[in-house]
Design a protein around this ligand. Structure first.
Ligand SMILES: *Cc1c(COP(=O)(O)O)cnc(C)c1O
Length: 389
């Protein structure tokens, strides 16, 4: 009966779509052990090094001692500790909104918020390059979905102008796009949302802790606070913990507490995870040099790669896409780098459009100049070997 499993697996392998997991034997730091070998890690989302920051770790340990390891219930039953509420208020303060709600992951936040806000008879309009969790949120909402070309405001306007019969319309976009590292044109998106009376939601998974003077994300970066933009984000990337959140008006958050199924039907996050996120927000405010160091590291690596002749996309985020084009070449580049002790996986279709296979390089504030110089040397050797530069 379950013979189809081995057949499907065989087909995946035949089409080069089969994936296996890397085994990381240590924390998400610049130098770590991957599949048994010491490597320099250039693909972690622990952008500011907060997952291993002494204060963040200490907060998690203290929380276990005081509150235990599990919450023992969902938020609406017995899992709603004062800690959870404190974190939500802390996030609202950070984002400059009336309130916030924490979900167990960013993935669950997107599922919960999109399916709570729109349903049958409504329309979601989504950027072509939005994250899979937004795509899945749109699917389970049962709303009609229209996709606009990446960052194309004319295309979005066109869709808005011919969809006036829907009950509600929601425009949704990544703040920083995860595979390209570019920033959504939020001011233009906001104007269109106003003009056509649509809701606007931004997913700041890769912008939280990175963009804006306080690191509060794309809304702060563009000075669009108090405009009613629904701000979703994660605690799992620059903040070094786990969980997702939505920040917005009191009524939005109250509504989500009552309607977001991924919030209601899942056990509340464990105390150490909540305490770590809270400590990370404190560190973010008190150690702005981490963000400055991250951006300096990005510029150093970016400029080095560009000077060598690689096709790298300009970026203000922690993500540097190095475009190779051909999927096999991207894999080869990644393999040669790994051979030299630099870990950057290749990203191929269907994760990115055909012909744009790439290495998705990410920096951390904790990379040293030596680490980056080592990577640059490796890229130069590998790039020459493959005729890319
Ligand atoms: C990582 C990511 C998510 C999911 O967040 P998790 O906390 O990992 O579940 C959502 N949206 C975007 C854009 C992401 O990059």
């Amino acid at each position: 009966m379950i013979d189809f499993l081995s057949e499907e697996l065989r087909l995946m392998k035949e089409h080069n779509l089969y994936r296996s997991l890397y085994l990381i034997d240590g924390p998400s730091e610049p130098k770590t052990i991957i599949n048994g070998r010491e490597m320099l890690l250039f693909s972690s989302n622990n952008y500011l090094g907060l997952a291993t920051h002494p204060r963040v770790k200490a907060a998690a340990i203290a929380a276990v001692k005081r509150w235990g390891t599990g919450s023992g219930g969902s938020r609406l039953t017995t899992g709603n500790f004062t800690l959870h509420r404190l974190l939500e208020k802390r996030i609202a303060r950070f984002k400059g909104t009336e309130d916030a709600i924490v979900f167990n992951t960013g993935y669950m936040a997107n599922l919960g918020v999109i399916s709570a806000l729109v349903g049958r008879g409504d329309l979601v309009i989504s950027d072509q390059l939005n994250h899979a969790s937004i795509v899945d949120g749109c699917r389970i909402s049962r709303a009609t979905v229209r996709i606009y070309r990446h960052g194309d405001m004319e295309d979005l306007r066109h869709i808005l102008s011919e969809s006036t019969s829907f009950r509600r319309r929601l425009i949704v976009t990544d703040g920083v796009f995860s595979m390209d590292g570019d920033i959504a044109p939020l001011p233009q998106l906001f104007e269109l949302a106003e003009e056509f009376q649509a809701l606007l939601m931004v997913d700041d998974a890769h912008a939280t802790g990175i963009l804006g003077d306080k690191g509060a994300g794309t809304v702060e970066y563009f000075g669009l606070e108090k405009r009613g933009i629904i701000q979703m984000g994660t605690l799992s990337k620059a903040l070094g913990s786990e969980g997702g959140y939505v920040a917005g008006s009191t009524s939005l958050i109250d509504f989500l507490r009552n309607r977001a199924r991924s919030f209601i039907y899942s056990t509340a996050l464990s105390p150490p995870v909540i305490a770590a996120a809270m400590a990370a927000l404190d560190v973010l405010g008190e150690e702005p040099q981490l963000r400055r160091q991250l951006h300096a590291n990005v510029q150093f690596l970016y400029q080095g790669l560009k000077d060598m002749g690689f096709e790298v996309l300009p970026t203000r985020s922690a993500i540097i896409p190095l475009i190779v084009g051909d999927a096999h070449k991207a894999l080869a580049l990644s393999a040669i780098l790994a051979e030299m002790g630099v870990f950057v996986p290749a990203i191929r279709p269907p994760s990115v459009p055909e012909g744009t296979s790439r290495l998705r390089i990410t920096l951390m504030a904790t990379h040293t100049e030596d680490n980056i110089q080592f990577a640059l040397n490796a890229f130069q050797k590998a790039g020459k070997k493959l005729g890319l530069i």
